[in-house]
Design a protein around this ligand. Structure first.
Ligand code: UDP
Length: 238
């Protein structure tokens, strides 16, 4: 059965930690496979899919610099971590029969394609999943900003930001029983109240280009597909 969706092209942003499962570091293959199945279910709807995966399950630049490492070097290490995650996701998606390209912002022709915008658009038109790796290719940025940048370049209709909870709350729902979820919230409110959807540069870039951000739970089986079909709970930042 093919459900209908109004979306034709989306950006899915997930953190590196979302691929960690219950472990405390690195990749948990069954979790990568589970997320790949969620992606497949959306691909089956005919939606063109861009993905950006963080690297926080392996390395974060800020963490390295806090331990005395030079910041830009640490950031490059973080970017390389995202390439490993992207390759793991590519492998899981191709196992499910979905043609996938890893496109790196840092040239490494032996493992991934270089980023050429028009070529990436062509892949999407051919229904290949494009995983944009190595962030923006620049230190001092995050993969949230990379996702927003690529979503704009690829003319995605929205960014789907998968998290552990089903939307944006006024306070941390893991710590406060009375936390309430927003159905919708403006970019400016997110920035003013530090609602922690994405970092400020990513929110500002989305706002300046009218790119909606849909925050949803990646832990909910079928959740992403449901939202694309117009159901489920989430918060839209717009
Ligand atoms: N990073 C960077 N430039 C970018 C994207 C990422 O320097 O454009 C580095 C940065 O050090 C960051 C790390 O890569 O800490 C991993 O990305 P991120 O923290 O966004 O991953 P997530 O928290 O989503 O897993």
């Amino acid at each position: 059965m093919t459900e209908k969706t109004t979306y034709s092209r989306v950006m899915l942003k997930i953190s590196g930690e979302a691929l960690m499962g219950d472990t405390s570091f690195g990749l948990h293959p069954p979790t990568v496979q589970r997320v790949a199945r969620e992606v497949k279910s959306v691909h089956d709807m005919g939606v063109e899919i861009c993905m950006v995966i963080g690297g926080g399950n392996i390395f974060r630049g800020l963490q390295g610099s806090a331990q005395g490492m030079e910041r830009t070097t640490a950031d490059y290490m973080g970017m390389l971590a995202t390439v490993m995650n992207a390759l793991a996701m590519q492998s899981a998606l191709e196992e499910l029969g979905i043609h996938t390209r890893v496109i790196s912002a840092i040239t490494m022709n032996e493992v991934a394609e270089p980023y050429i915008r028009r070529r990436a658009v062509r892949h999407l038109e051919k229904k290949r999943v494009c995983i944009f790796a190595a962030g923006t290719g620049n230190p001092y940025f995050t993969t949230d900003t990379a996702a927003t940048l690529r979503a704009n370049e690829m003319a995605c209709e929205a960014i789907f930001k998968g998290t552990k909870v089903d939307g944006v709350y006024d306070k941390d729902p893991a710590k406060h029983d009375d936390a309430t979820r927003y159905d919708e919230v403006s970019y400016d409110e997110v920035l003013q109240k530090h609602l922690g959807v994405m970092d400020a540069s990513a929110i500002a870039l989305a706002r300046d280009n009218d790119l909606p951000i849909i925050v949803f739970s990646l832990d909910e089986p079928g959740g992403l597909r449901g939202i694309l079909a117009g159901e489920g709970t989430y918060t839209i930042v717009h």
